[in-house]
Design a protein around this ligand. Structure first.
Ligand SMILES: Cc1cc2nc3c(=O)[nH]c(=O)nc-3n(C[C@H](O)[C@H](O)[C@H](O)COP(=O)(O)OP(=O)(O)OC[C@H]3O[C@@H](n4cnc5c(N)ncnc54)[C@H](O)[C@@H]3O)c2cc1C
Length: 402
């Protein structure tokens, strides 16, 4: 049942942000740094302020970026391994950058502390109720209103309702230190496919900070979530095979499940804007999110400055981007054993800058056609055709319901 709307001015905010994670904190910082919104009353709600699972964010960027001061390490070369071949690619003009989630949060907290116009509340949001002039927000014990709400709530169970192709990017990451200098700190090992590729695309990802310290992650693109212990065993097995006798110690761990699908975005009217993964910022075919959250944040601030309603992220993308993602997901879902070959040849047969532009939605149509011509064409055409048929069927179903 919806409770009556609070009329107390202290409980009304210009903006409410649900979730103090990546997208919520990035947006608060952007609102506070933007002249037109810096003095606004902002409410930041999170179910827990201390219990944010540790994570590291990586992304690629051409120039110095907005969060350059937080970058712990960057690489301008990357390695790929298949069972038969090794490939080192020059990433320039891009650099692959790493930011620690904790440092990002520390920066955001320091910014928020300097602004008394932000109220940070530790409460689980139970409901949002859009009305004509405002949105009512209810938690178990409190009740607020805001003119605009940015919502980053999202649940893994929501994937079961998706109609298109769905995979889970499940991973187990260890920060390790080795007694022997065994890591090549010059290059990020982005995809090492030297492991079984049976029911899921599987690879290791190794980011060396120096010759002795690294983050190593075992990653699956899988149709069903696996017991996390099996991923832990796979990391240990990889380290044992790749660096025997190196004397590796585990310092800390991170793990995660990232949705790989064209997530349906909830539409609760113009006053509730989904952000982060919930707002479509996670790229379906790769799981990369950080750089798209950054882009989305900039778009939302630009809209506010023009007096327009901010929108979810996919609104800004040409339809062909979602189509490419869904076709690749279909292939990975149906033929997981082909994934390694596809990703390896993507980087082997194209200039790195073109592939990275493509993966961050910045390529031209001509570049995209050149990329597709060098991939297993028959497979891509077959699944592209299936995807077109599925979209038509889906549109017809929606029209029938409406
Ligand atoms: C371990 C890990 C590593 C990753 N590495 C990368 C990477 O290298 N590069 C990359 O681009 N992406 C990466 N990702 C994916 C993505 O960037 C992150 O998941 C990112 O945190 C998503 O941001 P978000 O704001 O959508 O969600 P989150 O950062 O998860 O924030 C959501 C917040 O909402 C709060 N919340 C949820 N429900 C409620 C509720 N009902 N009421 C109140 N608060 C609520 C949560 O407590 C949380 O603080 C990684 C993800 C993980 C888990």
């Amino acid at each position: 049942m919806m409770r009556s709307c609070s009329k107390s001015p202290e409980d009304h905010f210009d903006f409410a942000i649900v979730g103090a994670g990546l997208s919520g904190l990035m947006l608060v910082m952007a609102l506070l740094e933007n002249e037109k919104t810096s003095g606004s009353r902002i409410l930041l709600l999170d179910r827990s302020l201390d219990d944010y699972a540790p994570r590291t964010w990586c992304f690629w960027e051409k120039e110095e970026g907005r969060f350059e001061d937080l970058v712990e390490k960057k690489w301008q070369a990357a390695d790929f391994f298949s069972e038969q071949e090794q490939l080192r690619i020059d990433l320039r003009p891009y650099a692959y950058k790493m930011i620690s989630g904790q440092r990002f949060r520390d920066k955001a907290c320091a910014t928020i502390r300097r602004h008394p116009n932000v109220r940070w509340v530790q409460e689980m949001v139970e409901g949002l109720h859009p009305m004509s002039e405002l949105v009512s927000i209810s938690t178990a014990t409190e009740h607020f209103t805001a003119s605009l709400v940015f919502d980053s709530r999202w649940q893994l169970a929501a994937l079961e309702r998706e109609t298109g192709p769905v995979l889970y990017q499940q991973f187990e990451g260890w920060f390790i230190r080795s007694q022997q200098p065994v890591f090549d700190a010059v290059a990020a090992r982005l995809m090492d496919f030297r492991m079984e590729q049976k029911d899921a695309v599987a690879f290791c990802y190794l980011l060396p900070m120096d010759e002795r310290t690294a983050l190593v992650e075992y990653t699956l693109f899988t149709g069903s979530i696996r017991p996390q212990e099996s991923l832990e065993a796979a990391v240990a097995d990889y380290l044992g095979r790749q660096f025997p006798g190196a004397g590796i110690q585990v310092r800390s761990k991170e793990k995660g499940i990232i949705p790989m699908c064209d997530l349906s975005i909830t539409n609760e009217g113009p006053r509730v804007i989904p952000i982060g993964t919930a707002g479509g910022c996670t790229k379906p075919s790769s799981g990369y999110t950080f750089m798209f959250v950054q882009e989305h944040t900039e778009q939302m601030i630009a809209a506010l400055n023009k007096g327009e309603w901010p929108k979810d992220f996919p609104h800004s993308l040409p339809a062909r981007r979602g189509f490419y993602d869904r076709v690749l997901l279909r292939i990975l879902e149906k033929y997981p054993d082909k994934g390694a070959g596809i990703f390896f040849s993507l980087f082997k047969n194209n200039p790195a800058v073109t592939v990275l532009d493509f993966m961050r939605n910045a390529s031209t149509l001509q570049e995209e056609m050149a990329i597709f011509r060098r991939l297993p064409l028959f497979l891509f055409l077959k699944e592209a055709f299936r995807e077109m048929r599925a979209s038509v069927r889906h549109r017809k179903e929606i029209e029938t319901v409406v």
